[in-house]
Ligand binder design. Structure first.
Ligand SMILES: N[C@@H](CCC(=O)N[C@@H](CS)C(=O)NCC(=O)O)C(=O)O
Length: 224
């Protein structure tokens, strides 16, 4: 049985990516959550809970979630976990079959993993929250425009093959799934094709499950 160690569902964008990819394989797995924040603290607060680092280091020397445990194999870093899942579950087709599309899928997932710092800082993941009308920096606006460009180009190139970036669901979609939640949280207006793509991601059964769990988590934290 695989175990995926993740952070709070409302805020842990890095956890969502491999969680969604693993869900899409259909394989059973155990989920273990390490709470990152004091329950009830605002999603936008950068303050982690006391003692967190020790708890994280107990499962991952790098001191971060997500971590995948598969028997004697331990994998950390969301991208490496997704690559491991693609190899472990080849029948799930977590990358596009065609080498040229697979190359683009890896490139955009890597771009997401390594970049978009302004968007990540200013549009903090807060699955449950709604913060429309915020003013974004030029850097964040450029990041948003680049995401829209990627989504629009991929959808145009793969129209008719399915609603995701390369038709069927791939790791590239897992990497952009937190962005779909961020755009909804912050009321970012999107062109029709990008909005249709974001809606398709948010409507995936595992995404609805993650969002419902985030709502329950926040409601529990809000209780006195
Ligand atoms: N590059 C890492 C980033 C992981 C990461 O930053 N995780 C956050 C939670 S979303 C974390 O564990 N933060 C705790 C800390 O940095 O102390 C990945 O892709 O997995």
């Amino acid at each position: 049985m695989l175990t995926l160690v993740i952070g709070d569902k409302n805020i842990s964008s890095w956890s969502l990516r491999p969680w969604l990819a693993l869900k899409m394989t259909g394989a059973p797995f155990e989920e273990r959550m390490i709470r990152l924040r004091v329950p009830g603290s605002p999603a936008t607060s950068a303050v982690y809970r006391p003692g967190l680092k020790d708890d994280l280091k107990a499962v991952n020397a790098a001191g971060k979630v997500p971590v995948l445990i598969d028997g004697a194999v331990k994998v950390w870093e969301s991208f490496a976990i997704c690559e491991y899942l693609a190899e472990r579950f080849p029948e799930a087709n977590l990358w596009p079959e065609a080498y040229d599309k697979r190359a683009v899928a890896r490139a955009i997932a890597s771009e997401m993993h390594a970049g978009f710092g302004d968007m990540r800082n200013e549009l903090t993941m807060d699955v449950v929250g709604r913060h429309p009308g915020m003013a974004f920096s030029g850097g964040a606006k450029a990041d948003i425009a680049r995401v829209v460009e990627i989504w629009t180009e991929c959808r145009a190139a793969n129209a008719g093959a399915g609603p995701f970036l390369f038709g069927h669901f791939t790791i590239a979609d897992a990497f952009f799934a937190p962005v779909a939640t961020r755009f909804r949280t912050y009321g970012v207006e999107l062109p029709a094709s990008a909005q249709a793509y974001a809606d398709a991601v948010l409507d995936l059964a595992p995404m609805r499950e993650w969002i419902a769990a985030a709502e329950a988590e926040v409601a529990a934290g809000a209780r006195p």
